[in-house]
Design a protein around this ligand. Structure first.
Ligand code: SF4
Length: 178
């Protein structure tokens, strides 16, 4: 049975090329298999059955930067690691996006010292900052959804939007009730 018999007369659909391209980009973002510190554990948690990143078409973390278009910088970036992060970014296919996951990736976090890069935006352009130490998987997923919205607004030939800063924790524990 063909799609016509199942769905009936679909008629004519009109849309813009930009919409279709951005829809395709947001539904098949492949993250780079890459974690730097403790935040990476939460990133792995986001891939688990409880949180199910597969529903965004991004269950496969690519081991090769040439097959990835999303870099999630999960953890602190040491000065020694910074050139490696940049090289991986340069090897990723275009168009590509970056999420800075956690306070360390965003601004160095508690590591205000000479050995840690004070924000991965010194090394690669960041699209979304997800705050937290570490951010929970829900916060990362929220950041990914904001990135999807951002990509949908992008013009194919236009310049990129300013970064999104996700600063409020999604889950707030009411200590007074405990
Ligand atoms: S933000 Fe916190 S959890 Fe994440 S890498 Fe830094 S110290 Fe570890």
């Amino acid at each position: 049975m063909g799609i016509e018999e199942k769905a009936g007369d679909l008629g004519v659909i009109t849309t813009s090329l930009e919409y279709v391209v951005n829809w395709g980009r947001t539904n098949a973002m492949w993250p780079l298999l890459f974690g730097l510190a403790c935040c990476a554990i939460e990133m792995m948690g986001a891939q688990s059955a409880n949180y199910d990143l597969s529903r965004f078409g991004m269950e496969i973390n690519r081991a090769s930067p040439r097959q990835a278009d999303l870099m999630i910088v999960a953890g602190r970036v040491s000065r020694k690691m910074a050139p490696v992060v940049r090289r991986l970014y340069d090897q990723m296919s275009d168009p590509k996006w970056v999420i800075a996951m956690g306070d360390c990736a965003a601004c160095g976090g508690i590591f205000n010292n000479y050995a840690i890069v004070q924000g991965v935006d010194e090394v690669v352009p960041v699209d979304v900052y997800v705050a937290g130490c570490p951010p929970r998987p829900e916060a990362l997923i929220h950041g990914i959804m904001l990135l999807h919205e951002k990509v949908k607004r992008e013009k194919i030939s236009g310049k990129k939007e300013d970064p999104i800063r996700l600063s409020q924790p999604l889950i707030q524990v009411d200590v007074a009730k405990k």
